[in-house]
Structure formats: structure tokens, C-alpha cells
Design a protein around this ligand. Structure first.
Ligand SMILES: Cc1cc2nc3c(=O)[nH]c(=O)nc-3n(C[C@H](O)[C@H](O)[C@H](O)COP(=O)(O)OP(=O)(O)OC[C@H]3O[C@@H](n4cnc5c(N)ncnc54)[C@H](O)[C@@H]3O)c2cc1C
Length: 483
């Protein structure tokens, strides 16, 4: 038999142990990328912080193929890096620079295996793009509520492996809360079929939760049973201007009291973020007439049954206006206008990147503490680096702040970047002091692997290491990430 490596003109020394050839026999030529130029997109992370090298990029088409590839790699003691849409923020989805690791990219495993509208579940393969799952659910009159800026590219396997958050956490929870069952390939190549579609199953440890948020270090998720919800009949989007951060938390409490669980998004946008977005990007408009210190993008998704959702939102916001909690508000009059609101929110990272290099922090504190955190951290970084520009935005309703910094205007960005470790330490120490998390939704990957040792209790780290050693004794599953 002619091996894949030979067909592509690779030398024997490049595959001296024949592993790539054996993998090629499992996945065929469609499932194997060896050309360095074709491999490139799989080797660099989204933020371009990490550029790795790989022995091969493997694209299996099924769970048995994935299992066979993992078994071959395990037998050869070759490390594996699972990859979804490669939109992760912490360098977890790319190989190291040894050139010895293989990337297993799940994109060809993109079938929706089952949609059961009466059970309100959808069973999807790991390589399904998030948007594809949202659309499949919608076509059956159901909602899959996980939603984030990268939804047109990230994959459900990646979403689960990072326990992604996004815009709907306030109402529906993180990715972790949206899963009933999982199928995974273990680091020794065995397939664990945990694809149960049950709302109740108290038969011991909840093993699926181990793989969720594990960033590919415990196994490869190959499929999942996802929870579906009723499709909201009416979605109202509001853009609100206000001046004091603390007022936002009072507003959130009032909205929830008035509108219950229908409040699905409560996103903070600072004035500087809006200004940067307008400076650097096309089609970004300020939805309100005058300038305000802060803005909120609020989404309310109602059933439309009890009372008109729009009327209820209008009433709640006008009461808040009278109470002095906000300065101005506008409700989207059309889907296009709602999209324009979301464009402001979604372009904040990009706009900041266009202004110059960014030092990012993805922190969570108790929701009630979020304003105090922003004040304290802003004062501290400004004291350390006068003129530093703070763009604190994000999922305020979950207590999740993207506390991102831009260099002082006119300063050399390189000088700013040289202070990164010091500024990280300031922000993360304040986060820890407020009982927060230094990674709310992006994970640890390579970026925060060392940093977490300062903030997690030694016992927690020990338990994590023990779980890793039990499931992956050869340390071949995404080594060097998380731990
Ligand atoms: C514009 C933009 C907006 C974003 N907004 C948000 C947001 O609001 N909330 C949020 O939480 N994140 C956000 N992200 C980050 C990112 O999109 C999420 O972390 C997403 O869940 C990653 O999915 P992915 O398929 O791209 O995974 P990848 O980046 O490919 O991988 C991420 C991790 O999961 C592992 N992995 C991937 N697939 C599998 C699998 N099948 N089995 C086992 N391990 C696997 C990888 O090894 C890696 O450790 C955003 C990113 C961008 C670019």
C-alpha cells in the first residue's frame, strides 16, 4: 500500500515511526493536512499570541476515526491538540513549537444527529458551528440560547471545552448548563458514550462535567446532547445611557423584578469603547443623542403572552429614568436597529485592537461587586501608569468584566506592553481580593497557566492534577494547557 506521506512526497525521516502514514490510512487523504501552508491556519491562535508547529493536522470524519487516531497517537506517545473553530482567547487550541504534536481538528464532524422537539434536545457532533445549531433549532421553532461574537466560526465542541459564556448567561447559564449528555474519546482511544438525553440521572458522578471546560486536556468531545428552549415570541433590545456604574446594578434588579427571567442580556459599554468603535470602524452609530459615561445594551425576550413585552420594558425603563438611574434610553424599532446596537457591543475588542496593542483581562466578581471592581481596578492601573486608557465592558449582568487596557495616548505602545505582567498582577490581585475569578469565560490555556497557580488553592490544583493523571496518565491530551 502506498502511504499518504509517500503520496505527498514526504521523506521517510519526516515520518520515521510511520505514525502519520498509519493515521492517513484511518482518515484518508481528505482527513490529513501535511503541507505547511495548508497547516498554517491551524497553528496560530485567534489573537496571534502563539504560533506553533505540528507534525500533521488530522481531520477525522467520525467518532470511530477520531478514536482510532487517538489510539495510534497514544501508542506512539505523541501528543494531541484538539481544535474546534480556533477562536479561543488563551492559546489553548494550538500546538507547541516542537513540531511533534498533532492537531485533531473536528470541523468535518458537523452532522446534527438528532433533533427531538418533544424532549427539547438536539444531538450534535462536535464540529458543528454554533450558528448551524442555533439555526437548526430555530427551524423547529426552538431556541438554542448559547450566543457569542464568534458564533459563525466557533464549534460546539470548542464551546463546551471552554464552557463558553456569551450573551445569554443571565437567563440560560453557561455552555455547561446547556448540556445533557456527551460522547468523548478518552486519551487512550476508548469511546465514552455518555450521550444521554435525560433531565434526571442521579447515578453517580456527573462525568460529562469533567470534559466541559477542560480545554481538551482530558479527552476529545465528539458529540453532545444539548438542551433546547421555547423560541421567544418577542425580543426587545434597548440601548441605555447612564452616568454612575452603581446605578446599573439597581437597574438590573428592578428590571428583573418587573420582567422576571425574560431579561436575557445586560451588557456594559463604556463611552471610550463607543468612541473607539466609531473612530476605527464603519457603520457604528451612537444610538443616543448626547454623550453618557456608560451604556447598557439590554435584551428582553418575552413570550408575548401576559403583557406586551415592549410595553413592559418601556414602563420599567421610564420608571428608572424618573428615579434618576439612567439618563436616556432608546428601544430598537426594527431588527436592523437591534443589530446596530449589537454592532457597537461586538466591535469593542476590534476597535481597541485598531487603536493599538491591548492588555486584556477577563474577570468575574460577584454581580453586586462589579461597579466597585471597575472603580478599584481603574484607580489602581491609572496610578501605576498615568494616562492608561481603561475599556471595561462586557457581561455586567453576570459580573463578568472584560477589563481591557490601551496605552496612554501619544505613548509608545511597546513601553506599555513591557508593563503587562505588572498590570496583570494589579488587576488579578484586586479580582482575587474581591473573591473573583481571573478567567470568567475564556479559560486558562497557555496564557494563564502559570498565573492561576497564584490564585487557586493548592488543594484545588492538586485535585485537578490528580484528575488529569487518572484520565490521561501519558499526558498526551493537550499537554501544557490549563495545568
Ligand atoms: C469575536 C469573538 C467573540 C468572543 N466572544 C466570547 C464570549 O462572549 N464568550 C466566551 O465565552 N467566549 C468568547 N470568545 C472566545 C471563543 O469564541 C470561545 O472560547 C469558543 O467557545 C471557542 O470555540 P472554538 O470552537 O473556536 O474552540 P477552539 O478555540 O478551537 O478551542 C478552544 C479549546 O477547546 C479545545 N477543544 C476544541 N474543540 C474540542 C473538542 N471537540 N474536544 C475537546 N476539546 C476541544 C481546544 O483544545 C482548546 O483548548 C470570543 C471569541 C471571538 C473571536
Amino acid at each position: 500500500m502506498v502511504g499518504i506521506g509517500e503520496r505527498r512526497g514526504r521523506t521517510a525521516s519526516a515520518d520515521s515511526d510511520g505514525l502519520v502514514d498509519r493515521i492517513g490510512q484511518v482518515v484518508g487523504s481528505k482527513g490529513l493536512i501535511l503541507d505547511p501552508r495548508d497547516m498554517e491556519p491551524y497553528l496560530t491562535d485567534w489573537r496571534r499570541l502563539y504560533v506553533g508547529r505540528a507534525r500533521a493536522v488530522v481531520r477525522p470524519a467520525s467518532t470511530p476515526e477520531t478514536a482510532a487516531v487517538v489510539a495510534l497517537a497514544a501508542a506512539a506517545r505523541v501528543a494531541i491538540v484538539p481544535q474546534g473553530g480556533n477562536t479561543g482567547m488563551v492559546g489553548a487550541s494550538v500546538p507547541d513549537d516542537s513540531g511533534r504534536q498533532i492537531v485533531i481538528a473536528l470541523g468535518r464532524m458537523n452532522r446534527i444527529r438528532k433533533l427531538d422537539p418533544l424532549n427539547n434536545t438536539l444531538t450534535a457532533e462536535a464540529g458543528c458551528i454554533l450558528q448551524q445549531i442555533q439555526e437548526a433549532a430555530r427551524a423547529e421553532g426552538r431556541l438554542f440560547p448559547l450566543s457569542l461574537g464568534a458564533e459563525g466560526r466557533c464549534q460546539i465542541g470548542g464551546n463546551l471545552s471552554t464552557n463558553a459564556g456569551g450573551h445569554g448567561v443571565l437567563r440560560y447559564g453557561n455552555a455547561r448548563d446547556l448540556v445533557l449528555g456527551i460522547e468523548a474519546v478518552l486519551p487512550d482511544g476508548r469511546i465514552w458514550d455518555g450521550l444521554r438525553a435525560l433531565r434526571k440521572d442521579n447515578t453517580g458522578y456527573d462525568l460529562k462535567q469533567l470534559f466541559i471546560g477542560a480545554e481538551g486536556t482530558l479527552g476529545i468531545i465528539t458529540a453532545a446532547v444539548l438542551k433546547l428552549f421555547a423560541l421567544p415570541e418577542e425580543v426587545v433590545s434597548a440601548f441605555v445611557g447612564f452616568e454612575r456604574l452603581e446605578d446599573a446594578m439597581v437597574l438590573l434588579a428592578r428590571l428583573r423584578a418587573a420582567l422576571g427571567e425574560t431579561v436575557t442580556a445586560f451588557e456594559l459599554i463604556p463611552r471610550i469603547g463607543l468612541e473607539l468603535a466609531r473612530r476605527h470602524l464603519a457603520n457604528v452609530a451612537d444610538p443616543l443623542a448626547g454623550p453618557h459615561a456608560h451604556y447598557l445594551l439590554i435584551e428582553v425576550a418575552g413570550s408575548g403572552r401576559d403583557r406586551d413585552t415592549r410595553e413592559a420594558v418601556e414602563a420599567a425603563l421610564s420608571e428608572a429614568l424618573q428615579a434618576g438611574l439612567l439618563s436616556d434610553a432608546v428601544l430598537a424599532a426594527s431588527t436592523a436597529q437591534a443589530k446596530a446596537f449589537w454592532r457597537v457591543r461586538e466591535t469593542l475588542s476590534e476597535a481597541q485592537a485598531l487603536e493599538g496593542p491591548t492588555i486584556k483581562h477577563d474577570v468575574a466578581v460577584p454581580i453586586s461587586e462589579a461597579p466597585a471592581f471597575i472603580r478599584r481596578a481603574t484607580t489602581a492601573v491609572e496610578a501605576a501608569l498615568p494616562g492608561v486608557r481603561t475599556v471595561a465592558f462586557g457581561h455586567l449582568g453576570d459580573g463578568n468584566i472584560h477589563f481591557n487596557l490601551t496605552h496612554p495616548a501619544g505613548d509608545d505602545p511597546k513601553v506599555f506592553l513591557a508593563r503587562q505582567t505588572e498590570l496583570n498582577r494589579i488587576v488579578h490581585d484586586i479580582t482575587a481580593d474581591m473573591d473573583g475569578s481571573i478567567s470568567a469565560e475564556h479559560g486558562l490555556g497557555q496564557l494563564k497557566r502559570e498565573e492561576i497557580a497564584r490564585y487557586k488553592a493548592p488543594l484545588e490544583l492538586e485535585l485537578m492534577r490528580r484528575i488529569k493523571a487518572t484520565l490521561d496518565p501519558l499526558n498526551i491530551m493537550n499537554p501544557g494547557k490549563v495545568l
